[in-house]
Design a protein around this ligand. Structure first.
Ligand code: 3PG
Ligand code: MG
Length: 391
């Protein structure tokens, strides 16, 4: 790996600009999922233990270059203090003199970097200002590493830089899953639309042994084979693309698994009457909302043969029971294999982690990424600018 870690850095007496991602969901002023906050604690603790002063830089929401009190990081400060078990000093816009006046073992939080339009424009003036506040740059925001912003890439060019503990863990886990995995590797790619995951599918068919396609995306692949999917969510205009992906898979030796049986219903609402039919027998007035039990058995069999599993996207309309059944059953099976040490399982992406949590499976997975977009871009084989800047 081309990047340095905190172990390689001399931090005693240094001000350590630390880019974190604490872009967490909030409802009525409360953080509803603090995962991203708890996952940066080791980095902050290690910087303090090495005698450095962590100065946290982060974005929150998409304020589009304008200050917005609803997206102030001061709202996150209490949850951050709770996770760290210590006070945090908040600044809207500190000067170097403000920072130097603080005791060395202070944790500093600087206001939302996106309150200035210079952040997303990666304006050198903003990078220079940020760099003036610190002596060293530590990037711990893997989940924002797909953005080339002043606080992710600009500042990395101006200061000695390293990866934080979470960044390290994310990159090592992804490398283990797709870079140099133990084979066979099976990937689950689900979710509503093929159009949002074209690059992902196309990269994975080159790298994995078995690709399981689920969710609405599977309907597009079924329809491309000439199967009538009734009123199901389906991108009919992508039939050629789906066929091209299947052809590529045939040449690379990647087996694509599509649902054999499906759960269909006439309405998409909780507890709607549903039935299981063969994938080619979806009634004209019904929609496919989940994979059926035979498909799940097939998927579990693939997991059983695999050494490595990459999971992105649910297998059905998991938000509404009973259409979460396939996702829950397959996730529980993968969780069991992971607990038994038989499978390295890595999952990421917004909906995915929600689905695995709902299935009570996330805790048993080998690694759960904190990233949404950055996880996808990494899995697509793209270079993440925030990571590249550390090299
Ligand atoms: C995320 O929530 O995926 C990251 O914090 C990046 O946020 P963004 O999509 O607004 O850049
Ligand atoms: Mg995002």
């Amino acid at each position: 790996m081309a990047w340095k870690t905190l172990d390689d850095m001399e931090l005693a007496g240094k001000r350590v600009l630390t880019r974190v991602d604490i872009n967490v969901p909030m409802e009525n002023g409360r953080v509803t999922d603090a995962t991203r906050i708890t996952r940066i604690v080791p980095t902050i603790t290690d910087i303090l233990a090495k005698g450095g002063t962590p100065i946290l830089l982060a974005h929150f929401g998409r304020p589009k270059g304008n200050p917005n009190p609803e997206m102030s990081l001061s709202l996150i400060q209490p949850a951050l203090e709770a996770a760290l078990g210590r006070d945090v000093v908040f600044f809207e816009r500190p000067s170097r003199a403000d920072i130097d006046a603080l005791p060395a073992d202070t944790v500093v939080l600087v206001e939302n970097t996106r309150f200035s339009a210079m952040e997303e424009a990666n304006d050198p003036k903003m990078a220079e200002f940020l760099a003036s506040l610190g002596d060293v740059f530590c990037n711990d925001a893997f989940s924002a590493a797909h953005r080339a912003h002043a606080s992710t890439t600009g500042v990395a060019q101006l200061l000695p830089s390293c990866a934080g503990r979470l960044m390290e863990a994310e990159l090592r886990a992804l490398e283990k899953a797709l870079g140099a995995p133990e084979r066979p590797v099976v990937a689950v790619v689900g979710g509503a639309k093929v159009s949002t995951k074209l690059d992902l599918l196309s990269n994975l068919v080159e790298k994995v042994d078995i690709l399981i396609i689920g969710g609405g995306m599977a309907n597009t692949f079924l329809a491309a084979q000439g199967i009538d999917v009734g009123k199901s969510l389906c991108e009919h205009e992508l039939a050629d693309t789906a066929r091209a992906i299947a052809e590529k898979a045939a040449t690379t030796g990647c087996a694509i698994l599509l649902p054999r049986d499906v759960v269909v219903a006439r309405a998409f609402k909780e507890g709607a009457a549903s039935e299981v039919v063969a994938a080619e027998n979806c009634p004209a007035d019904a929609m496919i909302l989940d994979a059926g039990p035979d498909s799940v058995a097939h998927i579990c069999q693939a997991f059983g043969q695999a050494k490595t599993l990459i999971w992105n996207g649910p297998l059905g309309a998991f938000e509404i029971p009973p259409f979460d059944a396939a996702t829950n059953a397959a996730a529980a099976y993968a969780a069991g294999l992971s607990r038994a040490g038989k499978l390295v399982s890595v999952a990421g992406g917004g909906d995915t982690v929600a689905a695995l949590n709902k299935a009570d499976a996330a805790e048993s997975f080998t690694y759960i990424s904190t990233a949404g977009g950055a996880f996808l871009e990494w899995m697509e084989g793209k270079t993440l600018p925030g990571v590249a800047a550390l090299g």
